[in-house]
Design a protein around this ligand. Structure first.
Ligand code: GUN
Ligand code: FE
Length: 460
């Protein structure tokens, strides 16, 4: 399998870019990053004129392979903290629906068809390829209620070498049609346990794939099932993912369904579902007390701006949450979101923050540096991998992408020869190249992708 194949020590030579803090990118024009046979970063050198000089400095790297980037830079792999693999066929289809009508019209019918394992194989393989080709090296996936298809998604991620949290969706309430819900609270918990055990059995160290307990959202689950999942999470020390406070109609429904709870957040807190390993998607409309509770429990936020705009859920106040000290990453939320690309979410996060700025305080604006942080180190913290991935530091693992831009001078008269929209003319410094990539780059600029030093995607 891709992620455990032996590798030879490799030096990644050329420009590299990564976040050193929320507001700061390190832009290194002449870097050399040594990755050892385990895929771990052994050294990071700057201002390297000749890669041979670096080889001489490190015993293990005397005979190292060199991978050089030209007309571009190395960048950490993206972390997608929230997406739905079975909704991939619906990408771009949402019309004028909002969350609750969207679920009934598009989502439940599509997900229910994943009892068909041939369909699951086709669509999950295709979607994992898509996310990898967009530079996503770690992804938190929702599957469906079906155990076999959920387990298959984990198998595919492991085989392709993409780090993944894979969750069987738990939903036993009557919100969804009878044909697409857990048959009973008992079967809901039994099926979630079965999938959790399977995923732990195929990757016992959890290096590449891990299970994640996945109550879809409060309206999909009865109170006993929420409490049992909270108990299961404690018992198994597993990650948890769910949706929260996405849409005003949904929030009103939660108040009606859980009348004794003081808030949406309180529903999850009462069930023991708010832990430091919990990923809460959306969090568009949280009250101050809810932010305080989430912060106190150490739960994390997945910001999904494309989805929030597409199904008109609202503009998530990211600046407010950052100021409150919450940990935030980005999520594509396919197919509420219309793209498998975290680069697209970077742009969308910037746009949403600017709409907030135009309606209120200028301080709402997120910078290019900030969204790239959320896409990498922020996301790594959301999935509990902040010491392993998200940046280029000694001791971290080489989860990275090679970004190549179109050099107009080199292309000469071969107009349009370079695939992709980002043209550079030779005068741009590395910071300007990064900005051009953020605003008009796409998967055509992602030429190679590695997880733990293993190549998991390349394009000609
Ligand atoms: N809330 C409950 N289920 C879903 C889902 O599939 N997508 C989104 N965006 N929100 C949800
Ligand atoms: Fe979602």
């Amino acid at each position: 399998m891709a992620a455990s194949a032996p590798i030879s020590p490799t030096i990644y030579f050329g420009a590299f870019v990564h976040s050193t803090s929320l507001i700061e990118l390190e832009l290194s024009d002449k870097g050399a990053i040594g990755v050892d046979s385990n895929g771990v970063i052994a050294f990071v050198e700057r201002d390297v004129e000749n890669v041979e000089d670096v080889k001489g400095k490190y015993d293990e790297f005397k005979e190292a392979r060199v991978v050089e980037v030209k007309d571009g830079f190395f960048f950490p792999g993206f972390i997608d903290t929230h997406t739905h693999a079975p909704q991939h066929p619906n990408t771009g289809l949402f019309g004028k629906t909002t969350l609750l009508s969207w679920l009934q019209t598009y989502t439940f019918p599509m997900e229910s068809s994943f009892s068909d394992m041939q369909k699951a194989e086709r669509i999950y393989s295709n979607f994992v390829s898509r996310t990898l080709s967009h530079g996503t090296t770690t992804c938190a996936y929702y599957a469906t209620i079906h155990v076999p298809a959920t387990n298959l998604l984990a198998d595919i991620c492991l085989a392709r070498g993409q780090r993944a949290l894979v969750g069987r969706v738990c939903m036993d309430s009557d919100l969804s049609p009878e044909t697409y819900r857990d048959a009973s609270p008992e079967s809901a918990i039994a099926d979630s346990k079965e999938s959790l055990s399977y995923i732990r059995s195929i990757d016992p160290t959890g290096t590449i794939v891990q299970p994640i307990i996945t109550p879809r959202f409060a309206p999909s689950c009865t109170a006993p099932v929420l409490a049992s999942l909270g108990h299961l999470a404690r018992e198994t020390d597993a990650h948890i993912q769910t949706h929260i406070s996405e849409n005003v109609g949904e929030i009103a429904l939660v108040a009606q369904l859980f009348p004794s709870s003081t808030s949406y957040t309180d529903v999850y807190d009462t069930a023991g579902l708010l832990t430091s390993k919990t990923i809460l998607a959306h969090a568009v409309h949280l009250a101050k007390e809810e932010v305080d509770t989430i912060k106190a429990r150490g739960a994390k936020i997945s910001h999904c701006p494309a989805s929030n705009t597409a199904i008109t859920s609202g503009c998530c106040p990211v600046r407010k949450y950052l100021n409150a000290g919450l940990t935030i990453g980005l999520g594509t939320d396919v197919s509420g979101g219309f793209s498998p690309s975290i680069l697209e979410e970077c742009r969308q996060a910037i746009w949403v923050s600017r709409f907030l700025a135009m309606q209120g305080a200028d301080s709402a604006k997120l910078s290019t540096e900030e969204v790239l942080y959320l896409a990498t180190r922020g996301g790594a913290a959301v999935v509990g991998m902040e010491s392993k991935v998200g940046a280029f530091e000694v001791g971290m693992e080489w989860d990275a992408q090679m970004i190549v831009l179109g050099n107009v001078d080199e292309r000469g008269s071969r107009d349009g020869a370079f695939e992709g929209l980002v043209d550079v003319f030779g005068w741009e410094d590395l910071g300007e190249r990064v900005q051009k990539w953020v605003y008009s780059g796409d998967d055509r600029n992602t030429k190679m992708v590695w997880v733990r030093g293993r190549l998991v995607h390349s394009r000609a």
